[in-house]
Design a protein around this ligand. Structure first.
Ligand SMILES: Cc1ncc(COP(=O)(O)O)c(C=O)c1O
Length: 457
């Protein structure tokens, strides 16, 4: 299947000597080899030693939604690159226009697409739009942006200014002013003892708006399902109340679909599970499944109009550029990615396989007391590990990591909340490609079963 059996020593040594990997401590690489992934096909990848793995996390960070080795995407990208690889985004392109049209067809109420190339960047575009609207239309007020505890919106200093994950932000300050945190909505780790938890958690947003002053708050950014903060599906009633609060205080609603976007939860977008009407939607990872870098900031015509109402003022339009937002490979790949999801019925598969995965995880919960909570939507699942089900004391992070390592040794790649929350990096994460079969799902959860037996007994 793979050419990984060829001599990879030179590659490993070049990597060890020169690559600064993402989000990992490098000291161990002085004695062990860095992991190098060589090839992928469907839901499987092969490493430099030729070892086969089932990828339960779509490229590590919920990205390769349609699976590896898609020749039709590679061909679409190739054909586009030889025709026109790039022109700055002040001009249009054929795949750019065509993908925007197809995307907007999936997003009733939204009309405009701004291209860039990472989730962080897509989110920063919104922050800049909100700030510019504040200056142009609210006399400099309404500049504050609310974000939620446990959510993540990217890696740049300003994206980290809106991070509800202290371990991602720690030591990178000082941060951009004007970002204010609201409480998380994870009912398993209750902050209020009430029946209607979803509404109560949303009311906490209203409390922050009133404390800060509604005339100072311009927008709120929320993940539809919190990803790296522990796979948190907001409780019933939450989104309806959030919508009411935003309308009441004229606060723009920014939904960060960087993880959920383009199929992960079994709908095109996570927010579409809840009947929300966003003002901004950002997306990146699954848009082209990692076949090319692309991110989109999508808005309504009402937002867009505010940037063209005074053509006589040279400062009135959105003075932003993303050089690589003009790459045509991204939208060319995204068009084919979307076609595959439609033609292969991958949204439907995601719903069915996601239910299977949670059912399997719940069966494991009956067997292993260390699983305190199982949650998720579509093929986006989490299992929170606890030392004690009654107190909900988090399981030792090293043991959670040992479960991930043991699965890896079994040839199954799963994830965990990683350098996100103090004392709460204890959720195992699962997000296989949307093509996953019942056998794949069972294979992944069987490996978790064996790993839990080994690590916790
Ligand atoms: C919800 C969410 N938003 C934004 C980002 C940032 O995306 P990127 O790494 O492409 O900048 C991430 C990355 O994991 C994410 O999970």
């Amino acid at each position: 299947m793979t050419d990984a059996t060829n001599d990879m020593t030179g590659v490993i040594e070049a990597d060890r000597a020169h690559i600064w990997h993402h989000l990992i401590q490098h000291k161990p690489f002085e004695t062990i080899d860095p992991r190098i992934i060589v090839e992928g096909k469907g839901i499987k990848v092969w490493d430099a030693k030729g070892k086969e793995h089932i990828d339960g996390v779509s490229g590590g960070v919920w990205t390769v939604n349609v699976g590896y080795g898609r020749e039709s995407i590679a061909k679409a990208v190739y054909e586009q690159l030889v025709k026109l690889n790039y022109f700055a985004g002040s001009a249009g392109s054929i795949p750019g226009a065509n993908f925007a049209k197809r995307l907007i067809e999936k997003m009733p109420g939204m009309t405009r697409v701004y291209y860039s190339n990472s989730g962080s960047e897509a989110n920063e575009k919104v922050y800049k739009m909100v700030r510019q609207i504040a200056h142009r239309h609210h006399g400099g007020k309404k500049y504050k942006i609310l974000y939620r505890d446990r959510d993540y919106h990217g890696t740049t200093i300003t994206a980290l200014s809106s991070a509800g994950q202290p371990q991602r932000a720690m030591q990178y300050g000082p941060f951009t002013p004007g970002f204010v945190e609201v409480p998380h909505c994870l009912e398993y780790r209750k902050q209020w003892d009430v029946e209607n938890y979803g509404e109560r958690a949303a009311d906490a947003i209203e409390e922050v708006i009133l404390r800060e002053g509604p005339d100072t708050v311009g927008a709120i950014v929320l993940e539809p399902v919190t990803a790296g903060g522990g796979v948190i599906v907001p409780p019933e009633g939450y989104w309806e109340r959030v919508g009411e609060i935003c309308r009441k205080y004229n606060v723009l609603l920014h939904i960060d679909e960087v993880v959920c976007g383009v199929g992960r939860t079994g709908t095109w977008f996570g927010y579409q599970n809840y009947g929300i009407k966003p003002d901004f939607v950002t997306m990146a990872k699954g848009v082209a499944s990692g076949y090319a870098a692309i991110a989109c900031t999508v808005t309504t015509e009402a937002i867009f109009d505010q940037f063209k109402d005074d053509p006589s003022d040279p400062m009135s339009y959105f003075r932003d550029i993303s050089t690589f937002g003009g790459c045509t490979a991204g939208p060319a790949a995204a068009l084919e990615n979307m076609r595959i999801i439609e033609d292969e019925g991958l949204l439907e598969n995601t719903i069915v396989m996601g239910e299977r995965m949670r059912a399997n995880l719940r069966a494991l919960q009956d067997k292993h007391r260390v699983i305190g909570d199982v949650r998720g939507a579509g093929l986006f699942c989490g299992a929170e590990l606890v030392a004690d089900r009654v107190t909900k004391e988090a399981a030792d992070e090293k043991k959670v990591a040992a479960v991930v390592t043991d699965c890896m040794a079994q040839g199954v790649i799963i994830g965990m909340t990683n350098r996100s929350l103090n004392g709460l990096n204890n959720t195992l994460c699962f997000s296989p490609a949307l093509i996953a079969t019942a056998d794949n799902i069972d294979h992944i959860t069987d490996a978790v079963d064996r790993a839990l037996i080994k690590v916790f007994n």
